[in-house]
Design a binder for this molecule. Structure first.
Ligand SMILES: Cc1cc2nc3c(=O)[nH]c(=O)nc-3n(C[C@H](O)[C@H](O)[C@H](O)COP(=O)(O)OP(=O)(O)OC[C@H]3O[C@@H](n4cnc5c(N)ncnc54)[C@H](O)[C@@H]3O)c2cc1C
Length: 540
């Protein structure tokens, strides 16, 4: 004891305890309000069970491990035979298993490939939002798997065989043909070296061959290469066409997907993204020859929603980490949490998370009802690209502000902030980058219902807009228009789910007045600040 005290140089104090062993649902008032307002009022117990299971200290540790130990490509086996397999850390498999067991990959579909009844989308979005707060890399194959059943509807016979394997709650990681497995996951391959946005420039060819096609070419990005099959675009005789390319040929032999290397990515490190060559790989056609873009867009619409949900989840985790830290951290004899300027910054950030979560959950309700309600279909059509644009663009800067509010600890790998920060940009870049989302919104605004929806959202906010205004619908004006649509929809979603003052403050500070370039410039009053911070977490 005497020796110990001699070398004890200092006492450690004024550090926050780790943020862990929390119920990610019951501690999140904006999420709970949004779920209740959009059809999930009876699901509190199930949601809270999910929130507790994902918010444990062990989950946060596993997430760190999954990202500190990125996947490795095994191009060859020890004897020189091609292997073309990827090895993942057990923590990654653990997340896949948990997400599949909870249906994040398929709970919005039935065994037949038809859409599950409402509020399936709302509940899945809430779960996806919570999972994204803990580990985002594995959600790449999860989102692709859930989205892939949409284009497969174009081939009912194929969908009938595949759907039961997809909706299965078993994560079967064995390297076998999908028909031998108890569950399967799906990926997608569109992007080639010469272009990812303009997929019409794809050079990969598809030649009719027996019951399928023979595919020759490459993909420059093919994430989750251990998926059991991929939706792939290739040039068939009648034009760009969508295909389903399995890892195993119908005769049981390994299909000709030759992986060249894995991307060395900024973030998303638990997940593998490969470069691949197809050397006469077998694939089934999905949809008509020449209808490839139209067919695969069914999938992309759903993954775009998940990009927005995941980015909102990243923002939520960054926010709650910093609010938690500031409660415990004193500077100048007072917790940071009680410093007026810090409160103004944190509350301003909290307001964006309020808007983001309200919007993605409301958008999920639109998807729940789109097949029976034209207005909801128009909402889903217009707001999917608009929400992806706004939320995914917001996330990286938002996470940086949280990092700065954590001080030096926020910049250090052991805190979760660097991982969240690296994860931020990818949701904006893939599945249609920012400008591409804006072009898509301009296309959507040509629809009568979508244009009327824009007018109505604006009218409810006391603003007049003209969706035919040449400046607003020009490519140079598109970013302003799309941001306005997303913010108007965010304010409207908040009116349905959050206390009035939150919705009104969002409207006043994000739409009516020009917000400053940084958080803390919204001029919030102290009562609103108090309310926003209380809603971040009960401990606050
Ligand atoms: C981690 C990661 C994983 C990925 N996984 C996959 C995958 O599994 N499968 C897959 O197919 N792809 C995948 N991608 C690729 C991704 O979808 C593409 O990178 C993306 O679509 C952009 O394509 P590109 O890189 O060719 O850029 P480009 O198409 O060259 O675009 C570059 C920029 O130009 C902008 N732009 C394009 N056209 C216009 C226009 N008309 N007007 C104004 N601006 C325009 C875009 O918005 C973008 O910002 C992945 C990417 C990443 C980073």
């Amino acid at each position: 004891m005497a020796i110990r005290s001699r070398f004890d140089t200092h006492e450690v104090f004024n550090q926050s305890p780790p943020y862990e062993n929390v119920d990610l649902y019951s501690s999140d008032a904006p999420l709970m309000d949004a779920v209740k307002a959009n059809g999930g009022a009876n699901e509190t117990v199930a949601m809270s069970a999910f929130g507790k299971a994902w918010g444990t200290a062990e989950q946060f540790t596993l997430a760190r491990q999954a990202n500190e130990n990125p996947p490795k490509l095994k191009t060859f086996d020890p004897k020189g035979f091609r292997s073309d397999t990827v090895e993942f850390h057990p923590a990654y498999h653990g997340f896949m298993q948990a997400s599949v067991a909870d249906g994040l990959h398929a709970s919005t579909w039935s065994e037949t490939g038809a859409r599950a009844a409402p509020p399936a989308e709302v509940l899945r979005t809430a779960r996806f939002y919570m999972a994204a707060q803990v580990e985002t890399g594995h959600l790449c194959p999860i989102t692709m798997t859930r989205a892939a059943l949409a284009p497969l509807a174009a081939e009912p016979a194929l969908a009938k065989k595949i759907a039961p394997k997809v909706v299965s709650r078993n994560y079967d990681r064995t390297f076998r043909s999908w028909w031998e497995k108890s569950g399967m996951t799906l990926g997608m391959g569109m992007t080639e070296k010469q272009g990812g946005t303009d997929v019409r420039a794809n050079t990969t060819t598809a030649t009719p061959d027996g019951d399928g096609y023979s595919i020759v070419g490459h993909k420059w990005f093919l994430s989750a290469p251990m998926s059991d099959a991929f939706l792939v675009l290739a040039q068939a005789p009648k034009g760009l066409t969508c295909f389903l390319m399995p890892r195993f040929r119908p005769d049981g032999s390994v299909n000709a997907l030759w992986f060249q290397r894995l991307k060395d990515k900024l973030g998303n490190r638990s997940n593998a993204s490969s470069e691949v060559e197809f050397t006469e790989a077998f694939a089934w056609r999905v949809g008509e020859e020449g209808a490839g873009i139209r067919t695969i867009l069914q999938m992309v619409q759903l993954t775009r929603l998940d990009c927005a949900v995941a980015s909102a989840g990243l923002m939520r985790m960054a926010l709650v980490q910093v609010v938690h830290h500031c409660r415990y951290r004193n500077a100048f004899q007072k917790p940071l949490y009680d410093q007026p300027m810090m409160r103004a910054v944190l509350a301003d950030m909290a307001l964006d998370v309020e808007g983001a979560v309200a919007l993605v959950v409301r958008l999920s309700r639109a998807l729940d009802h789109a097949s029976t309600d034209d207005r909801e279909a128009a909402y889903a059509r217009l707001l999917t690209p608009a929400a992806k644009f706004w939320i995914c663009k917001l996330a990286p800067g938002f996470i940086f502000e949280a990092m700065e509010s954590l001080g030096g600890n926020g910049y250090v790998e052991e805190s979760i902030l660097p991982r969240l920060y690296r994860e931020g940009p990818v949701n904006a870049i893939w599945e249609g980058s920012g400008n591409v989302m804006c072009l898509d919104v301009l296309r959507a605004l040509k629809g009568k219902e979508e244009a009327e929806l824009f007018v109505d959202l604006a009218r409810a906010a006391g603003i007049a807009v003209d969706p035919a205004n040449p400046q607003a619908t020009s490519e140079t004006g598109a970013r302003s228009t799309v941001q306005q649509i997303a913010l108007l929809a965010g304010a409207s979603a908040l009116r349905e789910s959050a206390p009035f003052v939150i919705a009104d403050t969002f409207l006043q500070t994000r739409i009516k007045k020009k917000h400053g370039a940084f958080y803390g410039t919204a001029g919030l009053d102290s009562q609103t600040i108090d309310l926003l911070l209380q809603r971040v977490s009960p401990e606050a």
